[in-house]
Design a protein around this ligand. Structure first.
Ligand code: SF4
Length: 430
């Protein structure tokens, strides 16, 4: 498939396949990966594009997509053409932005799932790309289809989320996440699984009718203006189940895990969320050697190799290429954004600082997020501990907390400290 050269992406700060957004280290091309799944051939195409047209840095995003960094202005058309040629493009040129449909990285293989969401998500991807109202939504407008898996993203707010109640019905909510804790907001209603596409298209149309002004690009903007009840009345949803909550989910799988079919999957993390072309090729070839033409990305800067026949051998292969496969190492829990070398908003070189911090962190399965500014691009949900840059080499340190008065990162433990001081603060957390 190729797209006409006359196509011009609309203005946005969000990178896309046809919208290479400049950063300090060159242009960023974001590749929306349907359901976070890549074939070996697609891995080869991304690795080749990153090496030929970019700086060789490939990042896994918090929506389980990929982005290639360091693209020169003269290469923007060539990189898009190469990726479209590998069937990584949308159904139509103006359909790229709306492909924000997230599922669990273990969809279909998860031991605890209520439903297999893969066909539902594929049908929704087709539907939203084919609908005018959906294609006109913001590039940040996003959808979550939760199949009740053990491993799931249930703390990442989405404009529209659905969560399986049983094999036929979905709880639905807007501008948030499925409720897990006692104080979480309830679902807005229920829908039949087969009606998902209709409901999403209707919600997009109602959003456009009610959105008053260019500043309202997400449902949370609409609701902040007091329109939540009116929005729901227009949608005619089934009643919400009073008191329903989704069971807690696990995140960031690293190591070997059983699948529902008796096979196993392997979870691995590229250090600091960055892949080289060689690492991406090695992961794809490892999956292929185990008879699987599929590699899955996770929204926690990692990847999964599903249905692996010899998981220990797969891990040995991945570790040879630099992947972190031991959940008890500090690098397995480190989440880091681009920081000041790549991003104009970055206040510190978080990648370099995270490598200094890593040996100081206690071993264990705790997550530590090092963010170059308060935008928190790498992790929309609070990690167990968060360092937010306050200047070059200086950080505010937070511990996750739901206490009254705690902010989005949790409780403030230290202000404007060095990386070494932050490491000592984190060691003292019980
Ligand atoms: S969190 Fe801030 S520094 Fe990091 S990538 Fe996002 S905008 Fe840039």
């Amino acid at each position: 498939m190729s797209f006409p050269g006359a196509y011009r992406p609309r203005a946005s700060a969000c990178p896309g396949l046809f919208r290479i957004v400049p950063a300090r280290d060159g242009g960023i091309c974001r590749i929306k990966i349907p359901l976070g799944r890549l074939s070996e051939a697609q891995c080869r195409a991304v690795a080749d594009a990153a090496a030929r047209f970019g700086s060789g840095i490939i990042e896994i995003t918090n929506r389980a997509n990929l982005q290639i960094r360091g693209i020169a202005p003269a290469q923007t058309a060539a990189v898009a053409e190469a990726l479209v040629g590998a069937e990584l493009g949308p159904d139509r040129p103006d359909g790229d932005d709306i492909r924000n449909v997230m599922v669990s990285p273990t969809a279909g293989i998860d031991a605890g799932q209520v439903i297999d969401t893969r066909m539902l998500a594929e049908a929704l991807l087709d539907r939203v790309q084919g609908d005018d109202s959906c294609r006109a939504l913001s590039p940040k407008f996003s959808f979550l289809i939760d199949g009740g898996e053990d491993v799931a993203v249930v703390d990442h707010p989405h404009d529209i989320w659905v969560s399986s109640l049983d094999s036929d019905r979905l709880a639905i909510g807007f501008a948030g996440c499925p409720p897990v804790e006692a104080g979480d907001g309830p679902p807005a209603g229920t829908i039949r699984k087969d009606d998902l596409g209709e409901v999403i298209v209707a919600a997009a149309a109602v959003f456009h009718e009610m959105a008053d002004g260019p500043a309202i690009t997400r449902l949370r903007h609409l609701f902040a203006a007091g329109s939540y009840d009116a929005f729901l009345r227009r949608l005619e949803l089934g009643p919400a189940i009073v008191g329903w909550r989704r069971r807690p989910a696990k995140s960031r799988p690293v190591g070997i895990f059983p699948q529902r079919d008796g096979l196993a999957y392997v979870g691995a993390i590229p250090p600091l969320g960055r892949l080289t072309p060689e690492m991406l090729l090695a992961a794809a070839e490892t999956a292929s050697r185990h008879g699987v033409d599929e590699l899955r990305l996770t929204p926690w800067q990692g990847m999964l190799l599903p249905s692996v026949r010899e998981p220990d051998a797969a891990i040995a292969s991945l570790e040879r290429f630099g992947f972190v496969c031991d959940p008890n190492t500090s690098l397995a829990g480190l989440i880091v954004c681009a920081g000041s070398p790549g991003c104009a908003s970055g206040l510190a070189d978080v990648k370099a600082d995270a490598l200094v911090l890593a040996p100081m962190l206690p071993r264990g399965k705790r997550t530590v997020h090092v963010s170059g500014c308060a935008k928190s691009c790498a992790s929309p949900a609070a990690a167990d501990s968060t360092l937010v840059a306050a200047g070059s080499g200086r950080y505010n340190v937070y511990a996750k907390s739901t206490d009254a008065g705690a902010g989005r990162f949790g409780r403030l433990l230290a202000r404007q400290v060095t990386v070494g001081e932050a490491g000592r603060v984190l060691k003292d957390i019980p």
